[in-house]
Design a protein around this ligand. Structure first.
Ligand code: GCV
Length: 608
């Protein structure tokens, strides 16, 4: 992250008055040799048009933030050594391109792996304005335009954003405005109850009035607030279910409150029974979101967006696309991704996400999706992302949120070029390593779609039985004969939530793509995979291969001339990753060996 900022060559030690002024500043410092004219054209909105008008002369036309996005796109192409087009027109596919921070008022970050909160400390807003401007610049440079600063689990006193902390929050919004970034707040559905109202029932008049008055107060301090983000009836958070109301009634009540100010309610669909009895085989957690929301399609107000995690579980290394994203045809949808590496290596293990996101986008006719959100991977660490290479996820997320057709290879190699001054060969090696890192991680942790073999709660490292007898609905049910869950029509019926063409692709274990096999099917260890191997042999092979690939990554990283302090951080975390990969490989192979009694055909060491 720092590297990209330093390529911009100038510190932002002033508060720009507008995106246009900022665009001028960035262009004149990053590309002083070029003559770049900025022509405001509000009709282009956030989009821009770039035209060559002479050998070294260009015009960028755009709406206020369009000029800024055009300037950054231009600067990045130039600094990355890409040829500059004679003409380029671009506008974002998604209206809201959001970063959701899970930051708590005490300065901690839920699932944060890069230090403490950038925004909070000791129960209140507390930030370094210089870093806020850096963050605004990072977001604007990849076209991100909404920043939700507080955790969706709104613990007291983060609620004060709507109350005592409003002036401070307004000052923060002022800092981000010239970067084209609007703030958003997570709100607690039961907040009226802190103000003497005995209920949070969305149909209660006192509750409705409280939210309307609160919205009016908040919007008079921050007129361009993007809106409210809500996690309701999920993992212990309050919500409409307490009052026998459905989520359309809850979301629409808040939508009424913010509508006069042009605000949006982003309502998360991460709703499931987190107190499931493991003996209960009728309930299948991935079915939950569909069951809670599909029947409400068409009942949400037009300023409500349902925010759906990209898969039906919770950011596992491999999940199918959520059926809700395919099935809600009369509702505004946002897809939620997670940059924070909760289940994917805690920003210790290298895990580049864009190949995974590409698979999701390629399955998705995106006409109903109007916005994108990602859980932040940022914190107070000097490099923002803890692991310097985790910055590739922030960067490429921005590119995808602007243009979901962005391909993995050019996006990652551009990030490498903008970040490190490497030779072409070195750049190629790092790009390849990053692009293959997700498959490597998947192989040594949870291949074939099995999911959930991770250490409970902390979510780093292996514990194959850790969640088996727990409350969270995340079971693989491995026994001496078989593993996986049958989610077809003969099993839990989850697959029936998809369109027919999709069902056909996955319903038969003989033809189901290997990578999703154990997500959809329960199979005996002797099951023959398409390549002739048995399932158990494939499980062993993937884990051994993943560990070998991690070793190879380590060798490659040692040859690359990373500058300090990146080199030291990258190499020391790679050592930790290797240790993690070995634990995963040995523990999971031993787990299955003990259950199945099957020997590895290649005679490799599996511990007893
Ligand atoms: C913010 C998972 C995480 C929680 C997170 C939750 C969510 O359950 O482990 O930390 O809470 O997802 O997305 O709301």
């Amino acid at each position: 992250m720092k590297a990209w900022l330093s390529r911009l060559k100038a510190d932002l030690d002033f508060i720009p008055a507008s995106p246009e002024e900022l665009a001028r500043f960035e262009l004149s410092h990053a590309l002083p040799e070029l003559d770049c004219k900025l022509v405001p054209d509000p009709s282009l909105g956030e989009g821009y048009r770039l035209e060559r008008t002479g050998d070294q002369a260009f015009t960028i036309t755009g709406g206020p933030s369009g000029l800024l996005y055009g300037a950054y796109a231009f600067i990045q192409r130039s600094l990355a050594g890409e040829s500059l087009p004679d003409f380029l027109e671009s506008s974002p596919r998604y209206a809201l391109r959001m970063i959701n921070c899970w930051d708590n008022a005490d300065g901690s970050v839920e699932r944060g792996y890069s230090g403490s909160s950038l925004f909070f400390e000791g129960g209140r807003l507390s930030y370094d304005p210089f870093r806020m401007r850096e963050l605004g610049r990072l977001m604007a440079s990849v076209g991100l335009n909404v920043l939700c600063i507080n955790n969706v689990n709104v613990h007291f006193p983060a609620q004060l954003l709507l109350e005592d902390a409003l002036p401070d929050a307004a000052a923060l919004a002022d800092i981000f405005r010239p970067f084209g970034v609007r703030l958003m707040f997570s709100v607690d559905f039961s907040q009226p109850m802190r103000h003497g109202i005995p209920t949070a029932d969305p149909l209660d008049n006192a509750v409705r009035t409280w939210w309307k008055e609160t919205a009016a107060r908040v919007y008079s301090a921050i007129p361009d607030l993007a809106g409210f983000l809500v996690k309701a009836d999920s993992e212990g958070r309050p919500g409409p279910f307490t009052y026998g109301r459905n989520h359309a009634e809850g979301a629409n009540m808040l939508a009424d409150a913010v509508r006069p100010f042009g605000g949006t309610v982003v309502w998360r669909c991460f709703v499931y029974n987190c107190r499931q009895d493991w003996r209960d085989t009728k309930t299948d957690r991935p079915k939950a979101a569909w069951e809670h929301y599909a029947y409400l399609d068409g009942q949400f107000a037009d300023n409500v967006i349902l925010q759906v995690k990209h898969g039906p579980f919770d950011f596992q290394v491999r999940e199918p696309v959520s059926p809700l994203l395919l099935g809600m045809k009369k509702t505004n949808l946002a897809m939620e991704l997670q940059l924070a590496q909760e289940y994917t290596g805690h920003q210790v293990d290298i895990y580049t996400m864009i190949p995974m996101w590409r698979e999701v986008f390629d399955e998705l006719p995106s006409d109903r999706i109007m916005s994108l959100a990602a859980v932040s991977n940022l914190g107070r660490d000097d490099n923002y992302t803890g692991h310097p290479l985790a910055a590739v996820n922030f960067y490429t997320y921005g590119l995808l949120a602007w243009d979901p057709d962005t391909e993995s290879l050019p996006a990652v190699s551009r990030w490498v070029r903008l970040t490190y001054a490497f030779s072409d060969t070195e750049e190629g090696k790092l790009t390849e390593l990053l692009l293959s890192s997700r498959r490597t991680y998947e192989k040594y942790t949870a291949p074939l779609g099995i999911g959930w073999m991770v250490t409970p709660h902390d979510h780093y490292g292996p514990n194959p039985s850790g969640y088996e007898y727990d409350l969270w609905g995340t079971y693989h049910k491995a026994n001496r004969d078989a593993v996986g869950i049958d989610r077809t029509s003969s099993g839990t019926g989850y697959l029936l939530q998809y369109p027919e063409s999709y069902q056909r692709k996955y319903e038969n274990p003989e033809t189901c793509p290997d990578l999703y096999l154990l997500f959809y099917h329960r199979l005996p260890y002797a099951f023959r995979m398409k390549d002739g191997r048995t399932l158990i042999q494939r499980i062993y092979d993937d884990h051994f291969e993943g560990y070998e690939e991690a070793k190879a990554m380590c060798t490659v990283l040692r040859t690359l001339p990373f500058p300090e302090p990146d080199r030291q951080v990258i190499l020391s975390r790679m050592d930790l990753q290797l240790g993690n990969a070995r634990e995963w490989c040995d523990i999971i192979n031993t787990f299955f060996h003990r259950l199945s009694g099957a020997e590895d055909e290649n005679g490799r060491k599996i511990y007893d």
